[in-house]
Design a protein around this ligand. Structure first.
Ligand SMILES: [Zn+2]
Length: 308
C-alpha cells in the first residue's frame, strides 16, 4: 500500500497481499502489517459521489484478486474515517459484469473497513415507487452469472456463510433515517433483483420480476453483498430509483441517458444521505468484540486463509 498527497494518483507499486492459496498453510500478507491511512467505514459508489470527501489520501491496495476498480480514497466525514471506491472505476469504465467486486471488498477490509454503504441506481418494478425514491432493500435475488461470486475459491476448508438476511440491520435503519431527513420518498424495505446486464430487461422479464413480488432491479448489488458477508462486514445497499423498469405499468423503455439524468439531479441529496448515515453508523467494533450479526458470519468456521 502506498499513500499520496490529497487528490493525486500515485504510480508507485502497491504492496502485494499474497494470494489465497490452495495450500492453507501458506502465509498470507495483510494490510494491517503495512502502514498507511486506515478507515472504519467504506462507501462503494459512482464517480459522481467522489467529492463528498474534502480532504483525502489516495491509497493503492493490491489484493489476491487484483486491483480494485480504482485506488481507494480515504478521508474523514462527520468525524469518521471513510474509504471510498468508485465501483465502475474512473470514467465509469467497468460495466457491471466486469467490476472486480472481490478486489473492491477485500481492499476495503484490508484498510480496516467493517461497515459498508453501497449506493446504486435501480429501476422500479412498482409504479408507486417512482424515480427519485430511495429504497433500502432488506432482501436480494441474484440473477447474475459468470461473475466471481466468492472469495473462498480454493481447495481447503469449505466456507458456507449464512445469507438469509443479506443486509445489515443497523446500516439499514441508519440509511432509512438519513434518506428521510434528506427529504427523499423512502421505501424502508424491498427485494432487489440483480440482473447481469449490461442490457436492460425485456418487458417480459420485467413483468416476471414484478409478478414475483420483487420491487427494484439493479445490476451491481450482487455479488457485492454476498462478498461483504463472506468477509464478515456490515453491508447496506442504498438504492436510488432512476426509472420505471420496462414492463411496469405505463413505463417507457428505460435508457441509460435517463438513468444518468435522474441520478444527476439527485446526487447532491444522495451525498447528504451518505454523510448523515456515516455519522450515525454504530461505533467501530474490534473483530473479537463485534456485536452485529454480519460481523459474526464466520464464527465457528475454519477459513482456508486468514483475512486481512
Ligand atoms: Zn451489520
Amino acid at each position: 500500500m502506498t499513500t499520496d498527497s490529497p487528490g493525486s494518483h500515485p504510480d508507485a507499486e502497491p504492496t502485494a497481499l499474497l494470494a489465497p492459496s490452495a495450500d492453507a498453510s501458506a502465509s498470507v500478507g495483510s494490510a494491517s502489517t503495512v502502514g498507511g491511512p486506515r478507515a472504519e467505514i467504506g462507501v462503494i459508489g459512482g464517480s459522481g459521489l467522489y467529492d463528498f470527501l474534502d480532504d483525502y489520501d489516495t491509497v493503492e491496495v493490491d489484493t489476491p484478486f487484483g486491483r480494485p476498480s480504482d485506488p481507494l480514497v480515504i478521508g474523514e466525514v462527520e468525524g469518521r474515517s471513510v474509504a471510498f471506491v468508485a465501483r465502475h472505476g474512473k470514467g465509469h469504465r467497468f460495466p457491471p459484469h466486469r467490476v472486480n467486486y472481490r478486489a473492491n471488498l477485500w481492499a476495503l477490509r484490508a484498510v480496516g473497513v467493517r461497515q459498508v454503504l453501497a449506493p446504486c441506481a435501480v429501476g422500479s418494478l412498482r409504479p408507486e415507487q417512482g424515480p427519485g425514491t430511495v429504497v433500502v432493500p432488506d432482501q436480494v435475488v441474484d440473477r447474475t452469472w459468470g461473475r466471481e461470486h466468492t472469495v473462498y475459491d480454493v481447495e481447503g476448508p469449505v466456507v458456507h456463510v449464512g445469507f438469509a438476511d443479506p443486509y445489515c440491520p443497523n446500516g439499514r435503519q441508519v440509511a432509512v433515517d438519513a434518506a428521510r431527513l434528506a427529504g427523499f420518498e423512502v421505501e424502508p424495505e424491498g427485494t432487489l433483483v440483480v440482473v447481469n446486464g449490461p442490457r436492460f430487461s425485456s418487458r417480459a422479464e420485467s413483468v416476471w420480476h414484478q409478478q414475483a413480488g420483487w420491487s427494484i432491479v439493479g445490476m451491481t448489488a450482487m455479488p457485492e453483498a454476498a462478498l461483504a458477508r463472506e468477509l464478515a462486514m456490515c453491508f447496506t445497499t442504498i438504492a436510488l430509483v432512476t426509472d420505471a423498469d420496462a414492463g411496469v405499468e405505463g413505463g417507457e423503455a428505460v435508457t441509460h441517458e435517463e438513468v444518468l439524468r435522474v441520478f444527476g439531479t439527485n446526487v447532491e441529496r444522495l451525498k447528504s444521505v451518505l454523510r448523515d448515515a456515516i455519522g450515525q453508523l454504530p461505533a467501530h467494533e474490534a473483530d473479537d468484540d463485534a456485536t452485529c450479526p454480519c460481523r459474526r458470519a464466520l464464527d465457528g468456521l475454519e477459513l482456508p486463509f486468514p483475512l486481512p
